[in-house]
Design a protein around this ligand. Structure first.
Ligand SMILES: Nc1nc2c(ncn2[C@@H]2O[C@H](COP(=O)(O)OP(=O)(O)OP(=O)(O)O)[C@@H](O)[C@H]2O)c(=O)[nH]1
Length: 327
């Protein structure tokens, strides 16, 4: 008999067991009855349960936290099909609730795990046991999560106006386009309000730019307060604001506009020792099927705003076709 043909003897078995015990991957072998047949060193270290003590015990009685139905479904499929099954940390972050000891991460309390459920075949080529391989993927999972979080923050920043926290012009215009297309398709209601602080240049010139900024912040606050969750408020320019009202006809929009005008007329902006009073002028334009573009919708709302300014400020105007000639 050559060396290659040599039958595995006890020595081979001995070093194989040592390897299984020390490898940096969790290994659990379960029989058909879910009793533990192997619980390696990795599992011992992280669970605090010594393999010798728990061998032969039912895994679900030993660890009642395990998602029994889900695990049984996975393991049964391995027994039935004889093919491996997998679970990633994205689907199920922690199958075994092990603490994370990775010094670099420090981000997660629990170890993120990828799991492989491997069929183990007997001499009759039938699946006799299922081996669970538990990989500690805490480092890659936490860096991926951190990256995703950073990207989300960046995305939010890229659509937010810094001074007011409202949607910025670019993002708001995208939403307007979407709403315009939605209305064109479905013929639904929607309205647009655009408004501008009256004589704002005088606030800046008299009290300084910082006082002006505080006025803008307070107006934005009232706007957020007035808008419903489904409305889209934005800062369109320096002291110019917009509010897109889905599912709202001209009457609803006029009501919102007037409520906002009163709120702002009644508020006092405290800035250092100053107590500033301001007003706004507003233009309202409901969606109509005659509109050719989203830009035209905005232009018509702007014509209504211009009309309010022209008529003496601190008022709301509804767009009408003859305002085009006035502008
Ligand atoms: N403080 C501050 N001022 C700004 C900001 N953006 C634009 N402005 C100022 O807003 C003022 C706008 O003035 P105008 O467009 O002349 O209008 P107005 O004085 O409000 O007059 P009416 O709109 O006609 O009532 C200008 O003085 C701009 O410098 C900003 O972010 N902060």
């Amino acid at each position: 008999m050559t060396a290659q043909e040599k039958q595995p003897d006890l020595t081979d078995f001995y070093w194989m067991i040592q390897m299984l015990q020390t490898v940096d991957v969790g290994l659990v072998i379960l029989g058909r009855d879910y009793r533990i047949q192997l619980w390696n060193g990795f599992m011992e270290n992280h669970s605090g349960l010594p393999g010798k003590q728990i061998t032969g015990q039912d895994i679900f009685s030993l660890l009642p936290d395990l998602p029994r139905t889900w695990m049984e479904r996975k393991i049964e499929s391995v027994f039935k099909l004889g093919a491996p099954a997998y679970s990633t940390w994205e689907q199920r972050p922690h199958l075994f609730r092990f603490k994370s000891y990775r010094p670099l991460t420090g981000q997660s309390e629990l170890m993120y795990q990828n799991i492989t459920f491997m069929p183990l075949l007997g001499p009759d080529r039938k699946v006799q046991q299922v081996c669970l391989l538990i990989y500690d993927v805490t480092e890659s999972a936490t860096s991926k999560l951190q990256l995703e979080q950073a990207n989300q923050q960046l995305e939010k920043l890229s659509r937010t106006d810094r001074l007011t926290g409202l949607n910025n012009r670019g993002f708001w215009e995208e939403c307007l386009q979407q709403e315009y297309r939605r209305c064109k398709r479905s013929g639904g209601h929607a309205s647009l309000i655009i408004f501008d602080i009256d004589h704002f240049k005088a606030v800046n010139d008299t009290h300084g730019h910082q006082a002006g900024d505080e006025v803008i912040r307070q107006v934005a606050k009232q706007l957020k307060h007035t808008a419903r969750d489904t409305d889209l408020a934005g800062r369109y320019g320096g002291e110019e604001f917009v509010l897109l009202l889905p599912d709202t006809d001209e009457f609803g929009a006029l009501e919102v506009a007037e409520r906002l005008r009163h709120l702002i007329q009644d508020m006092t902006v405290d800035y250092e020792q100053l107590k500033l009073k301001i007003t706004i002028s507003l233009g309202v334009c409901p969606y109509s099927n005659e509109l050719q573009t989203a830009r035209q919708w905005l232009e018509q709302a702007d014509q209504a705003l211009y009309h309010s300014k022209h008529q003496g400020r601190n008022q709301t105007s509804l767009w009408r076709p003859d305002l085009t000639q006035l502008a």
